[in-house]
Design a protein around this ligand. Structure first.
Ligand SMILES: *[C@@H]1O[C@H](CO)[C@@H](O)[C@H](O)[C@H]1NC(C)=O
Ligand SMILES: *[C@@H]1O[C@H](CO)[C@@H](O)[C@H](O)[C@H]1NC(C)=O
Length: 473
């Protein structure tokens, strides 16, 4: 076969054959001429496979980074696996349930002036909530339809994207206590200029804490001091307090129970911390009360426990009561619409009219006229799971303590949860928070600030004297 034709000597032919056998692809006598053609593609193939390996490494580290970045949310919603499993099973049973029925057009819902004394439009149907609901007392007769659903507008952004932060208003300023992963900053937002200033940082990292303002001091109570591996929250009982006049933080006396995901309100100069879950993941219904004058937290007796243990609920004080709404109930990740009212004089809770929407991690603010505005939030009930993810609301409702009724208000410009709200003369400010997940399942924190106004509040309306701070997550 080899070397026969061409007149080469048998010896040379044998050598060439040997060489060819050594390197059958590139016979020596071709090597110089063809190496560049033959080895070139081989080198290119090698380089291509190295590039493919590099791309895989790159993609792997990017996904690891993303996993880290969004681990906080997954950890917090530690029922995520449960949710996903639920979703897969429930979706197959209820494939057509939609968590976002369209908001009714405001015009038809709230006929514009002058509103005739028509009966209240039927409330938007709310999907049944799978939980053991305590019996609800009959609510008083509904108020006439509200004259103004109000409106949301945008104003100057905050300088850092925040979520899970605590928000309290003091004069024209709103203090933002950052609870975002790894952030322990305090900011002050000027509602007149839209400028944000960074103040003294917290003494330690906290998330899922409760925040309350009393006597020009901001209490950051309980929460979690830990994130990382394994991704679980660790409840703490420590409490730090910020003195607005001196811009100084200090530690103050600790809670009786380690609590995270609690909510807080201030009534008659006392700070209350309510519910949450402890370091053994027990859901709490208990209440502790701080008298700033003595600096002692008093655990109220069991008779002062809420009917529904819950975490990531919201609390505000109006008049001589504290109202607690929503959150996650004991059979996590069930989300509650239940509202309870605490009377400190008797130390007991009453169940009030439920919200029209089950929500946790929502914005709450007291507004003039004995009203409470509840906005946005998240729902992880089975009927709220869409594509394996919990729903995030844009809808807004307002409670009247006089009528014990909830009515729908103009929705937020976008769905949001883990944001903070506060009333500052003239409007309710909503800061930052999480948007719904994008296609990759990522939740991004926002820098946006929205302001809600409503003619029924008046331009210079003041919140009730006992207005309490909204809570942090
Ligand atoms: C309010 O704070 C000031 C200064 O921090 C303190 O002197 C005063 O006793 C506090 N008042 C009450 C009622 O706690
Ligand atoms: C405000 O923040 C949002 C979301 O974080 C961003 O999309 C928008 O561009 C910001 N607007 C301004 C004026 O910076």
């Amino acid at each position: 076969m080899a070397g026969r034709p061409g007149g080469a000597s048998p010896q040379l032919s044998a050598r060439a054959t040997a060489q060819n056998r050594l390197d059958p692809l590139f016979p020596r006598k071709w090597s110089f001429e063809y190496a560049s053609c033959a080895y070139g593609p081989v080198y290119m193939a090698l380089l291509s496979s190295m590039a493919i390996v590099a791309i895989f490494l790159c993609a792997y580290s990017a996904s690891t980074l993303r996993a880290y970045q969004f681990a906080e949310d997954r950890a917090y919603h530690r029922g995520a696996d449960v949710i996903h499993t639920l979703a897969q099973s429930r979706l197959s049973h209820f494939p057509t349930i939609s968590a976002f029925p369209p908001d009714p057009p405001p015009a038809s819902m709230y006929p514009s002036p002058p509103p005739p004394p028509t009966p209240q439009p039927p409330p938007r149907p709310v999907p049944p909530v799978l939980r053991k609901a305590p019996p609800k007392p009959p609510s008083s007769s509904p108020l006439p339809p509200p004259p103004d659903p109000g409106r949301w507008s945008t104003t100057n952004n905050i300088t850092s994207a925040l979520d899970g932060h605590g928000v309290v208003a003091y004069g024209k300023f709103v203090y933002l206590v950052a609870g975002t992963i790894g952030i322990s900053q305090l900011f002050r937002y000027d509602t007149e200029t839209g400028e944000m200033q960074e103040l003294a940082p917290l003494l330690a990292y906290r998330s899922h804490f409760a925040v309350a303002l009393v006597n020009a001091s901001i209490y950051v109570t309980g929460g979690s001091d830990y994130f990382g591996q394994p991704l679980f929250w660790r409840a703490v009982n420590s409490v730090m307090v910020y003195d607005i006049s001196s811009n100084v933080w200090s530690w103050t006396s600790s809670l009786n129970i380690k609590r995270t995901g609690s909510c807080s309100a201030v009534l008659d100069g006392k700070v209350y911390i309510i519910g949450g879950y402890d370091d053994a993941d027990n859901f709490l219904s208990s209440v502790e009360q701080l008298d700033p004058a003595t600096g002692v937290w008093r655990l109220l007796p069991d008779s002062s426990n809420m009917a529904s243990a819950r975490e990531h609920a919201r609390a505000v004080a109006v008049g001589s009561y504290i109202y607690v709404a929503g959150g996650h109930g004991e059979d996590y990740p069930v989300t509650l619409d239940i509202v309870e009212r605490f009377d400190p004089s008797s130390g007991t809770w009453s169940t009030m009219a439920p919200m029209t929407t089950a929500r946790s991690d929502f914005g709450i603010a007291t507004v003039p006229g004995g009203r409470i505005l509840a906005a946005g939030g998240a729902c992880a009930n089975a009927e709220c799971i869409v594509d394996g993810r919990f729903s995030t609301w844009s809808e807004v409702e307002e409670y009247s303590v006089v009528g014990n009724t909830w009515v729908r208000r103009a929705p937020l410009p976008q769905p949001l949860y883990r944001f903070g709200m506060a009333w500052v003369a003239g409007g309710v400010y909503a800061f930052g928070g999480y948007n719904p997940a994008n296609a990759l399942g990522e939740y991004t924190a926002s820098k946006r600030v929205y302001v809600y106004s409503n003619t029924q509040y008046g331009r210079d309306g003041q919140p009730p004297a006992t207005a309490a701070a909204p809570d942090a997550r």
